[in-house]
Design a protein. Structure first.
Length: 293
């Protein structure tokens, strides 16, 4: 039987924070000249080098939104059902937008109670109303403010006349002027046949100015990541998170340099080659190289 040496498994010496001091020196670099942009992956750049832990006591939608507004990114933990985690990701992606390309909408046959539930769940103040994809109205909190019968149909209460819309390709600057001129807060984007194609809100335009350093995707939505594990249902979870709009997935394991994790990485990348994937934990060069390869 081969001899096993524990000595090779332990670092001979190490340093902790108190062992390292930085000696101040003269500098001609001004704080305003410092650039904290950080490459998280090949395709994702953060404005500050801060990423929250994928722990159930740390990161859900609220934390992820707060971090992305400041330029970092939050990783939604995986200690919940697939549907619940995908919903958390969706909440972040819908919290702020340049142009909302897939806005929620309801039909005229839905009730005020259903509209109120949808607006409360996603903290929005209005919903477009469509019939077979065509915009026919909009309902807002103001429309429902004095209504007592929440079981009545939206069609009885929604705003139908003189709808203010904009064509596809409208810029945020143009949208802001339309919203200001008509004193409204939501601007539906429609095609030539009046099919609903998007939505621009004054809230999202204002937030882009309040948080100029926020980390956003190419559609103007806040960045967010989600944790996954090497579990039997991992591909189902990946599919749901990709559909919800997660910008990066974190394959989370206590020991990332293991066959199970390496195989899981291969399966995910073979099915989703464009998905940004972080895997770990690893503490050696060999472990890092194995995951990269």
């Amino acid at each position: 039987m081969a001899q096993f040496s524990y000595e090779n498994k332990f670092v001979k010496s190490g340093l902790t924070f108190d062992d390292v001091l930085l000696i101040p020196a003269e500098s001609n670099v001004l704080p305003a000249d410092i650039d904290l942009h950080t490459r998280l992956t090949r395709k994702i750049t953060l404005n500050i080098p801060v990423m929250s832990a994928a722990m159930d006591t740390v990161t859900e939608a609220r934390m992820a939104i707060a971090l992305a507004r400041e330029g970092g990114i939050g990783i939604i933990h995986k200690n919940m059902s697939i549907g619940a985690q995908a919903e958390q990701v969706d909440m972040v992606k819908r919290s702020e937008n340049g142009v909302i390309t897939n806005p929620f909408w309801l039909g005229p046959g839905h009730t005020l109670a259903e509209a109120d539930e949808l607006m409360g769940k996603y903290r929005i103040s209005g919903v477009p109303i469509c019939d077979q994809g065509k915009l026919i109205g909009i309902i807002t909190n103001r429309d429902m403010k004095f209504e007592t019968d929440m079981n009545q149909l939206i069609d009885n209460v929604m705003t139908k006349d003189n709808l203010v819309t904009a064509p596809e390709g409208t810029t945020l600057q143009e949208a802001r002027e339309i919203l200001r001129r008509h004193k409204i807060e939501k601007l539906p984007i429609v095609d030539k046949d009046f099919h609903l194609k998007g939505l621009i809100t004054i809230k999202d335009i204002d937030k882009a100015q309040v948080y100029p350093n926020s980390a956003r995707d190419d559609k103007g939505r806040l960045l967010v990541g989600a944790a996954i594990g090497a579990t039997p249902d991992v591909l189902d979870r990946v599919a749901a998170l990709v559909e919800a709009g997660a910008d990066v997935l974190c394959l989370d394991s206590a020991h990332g340099h293991s066959q199970n994790i390496l195989e899981c990485v291969k399966r995910i990348k073979s099915l989703y080659p464009n998905v940004q994937l972080i895997a770990g934990n690893v503490a050696t060069a060999a472990g890092t190289r194995a995951l990269i390869e």
